[in-house]
Design a protein around this ligand. Sequence first.
Ligand code: HEC
Length: 274
Amino acid sequence: MQLRQWLRLGAVAVVVLSATAQAQDDATEKAIEKYRQMLREDPWSNPGLLDADRGEDLWNAARGPKKTSLAQCDLGKGPGVVDGAFAELPRYFADAGKVMDLETRLLWCMDKLQGFNRAELVRMPHPGGGQPVKELGAIATYVANKSSGMKFAPKLDHPQEKEMVALGEALFMRRSGPFDFACATCHAESGRRIRLQGLPFLSNPEAARKVVGEWPAYRVSTTHVMTMQHRLYDCYWQMRMPELELGSDASVALVAYLVSTAAGGEISAPGLKR
Ligand code: HEC
């Protein structure tokens, strides 16, 4: 064969190989989607609902040094009102003088109303693999589930709320840390993936509306409910950034930005993740 013919054959082989790789990617994607579909078909198969129940019991139980329940905890719609509260969070709370997402507000109520030690609650707030979600996370699952079927409708018009969304957007876009990653490095394009995990395009409202309302979510691979604060903690860890503290302004800002992008999207918490 002539050199030119060899080259042509080589070029054809490259095209065939990349087409095969693409077909394999598509097949994998389809198989994963089928698995998710099977999990979704029977909504009662979601073990996260057990944590929502545990969270309801915890909400109503007299607990902590002050032996009180969370009946006086105001999630923004009045003391003790849980229905629909999650759909309007994060929001500014005048009593705290701060914008808070659900978990930060629960932390505040557990500290102020029940007398729990805040430092203790934020020391190791997230479960390890195989461990059940911690109490605060179970309560968050209960509260979020009470907005399931509703649409995210955060007001985010108070000056401090606007400031938080802007800070969240800046944190999302800004590259930093030893890897020089931003959230946007992994989440600002469609069709991105790390191994088998799809990376949602979170700065895109259409894509954000599909996933943000699924948190807290039961994560099959670690067999527990993972809250949004936990999800962000893990993504910051992947970026090798300093630990994201539960209830910190940075964490609330990121949640505020994600929810503002996902506004109008349906809440279906607890969702089900790989
Ligand atoms: C190195 C890439 C990377 C960076 C940077 C990153 N993430 Fe992620 N993120 C992931 C991966 C991987 C997953 C999916 C994990 C899984 O499937 O278990 C994910 C999942 C998520 C999810 C859940 C998406 C869903 O499917 O419901 C959210 C929300 C999220 N990240 C937010 C952020 C935010 C906010 C930042 C910046 C603080 C960030 N991520 C930075 C890799 C990254």
